[in-house]
Design a protein around this ligand. Structure first.
Ligand code: ZN
Length: 90
């Protein structure tokens, strides 16, 4: 698990393409490696998402994972949450 970050830290998020407003991709901003963060953000944008930079406090207040998917499993376009953290890579 990723440990909780202070509320004044910022992360990048992408919302579900179905329009439910839920976060499906969260990119943990790594101050020690801004290049990695920029690459992940660029890759997410390339995949067609709108990426927002929000505070850790805002992130915790948003729903994670497609809300339509939650109501009806296997809904078309529904997506699960992906948390991208550098420490999770080999
Ligand atoms: Zn959705």
């Amino acid at each position: 698990m990723t440990e909780m970050k202070p509320d004044d830290q910022y992360d990048y998020i992408a919302r579900c393409k179905c329009g439910c407003g839920a976060v499906v991709i969260a990119i943990m901003d790594d101050p020690d490696d801004p290049k990695w963060t920029a690459e992940e953000v660029a890759d997410t944008v390339k995949r067609g998402y709108n990426v927002d930079r929000i505070s850790a406090a805002q992130l915790r207040s948003l729903p994670f994972g497609c809300q339509r998917e939650r109501q009806k499993r296997a809904a078309p376009g529904g997506e699960q949450l992906s948390i991208l953290g550098k420490e999770e890579k080999p």
